[in-house]
Design a protein around this ligand. Sequence first.
Ligand SMILES: [Zn+2]
Ligand SMILES: [Zn+2]
Length: 167
Amino acid sequence: MVKSVLNILTYFEPVKTLSRELNDLPNVLYNPFRNQYRGTLVNKHLSSLRASPNSVVLGVLDVDAYVEPLNFIFGLATPYLMTATVYVRRLKLGANEEKLTTRVLKEVIHELGHIFGLEHCVNRKCVMSFSNNVFEVDHKELKYCEKHYGELIKKGFKVSNALKLTQ
Ligand SMILES: [Zn+2]
Ligand SMILES: [Zn+2]
């Protein structure tokens, strides 16, 4: 899983990646009444662990989380903190290791898309479409639609065209 995530990050060049194991998340980030982590606070916490300035922090966490008013989130991007998270726990539903990895990668590039300024997409195949459930995650591709891919390029991000949806 970690290897696959690090591999997809090489599609965004030039990029240097540093991967670290995370220690337990502080209790204050957890809401015991909901048995879930507070997404906004988790991103603030991860942002404070940043190893180098001007970097993006991406947390891939095997826990469940939420932000009000949602019941749960698959991920959360906080662009001003350049920090994004992907929550693996609910992506596991009905998935073997391979399917789970694909779902995680989709949510990783979805959240990175937000960090790089992209909004949600009406194209259900585009990875920037919002997913309410794992079936919608499965339905979308591990790629950006032409419009969103074009936006990334226009902003100066060098993104491999392997992540561009052509149809
Ligand atoms: Zn989103
Ligand atoms: Zn799109």
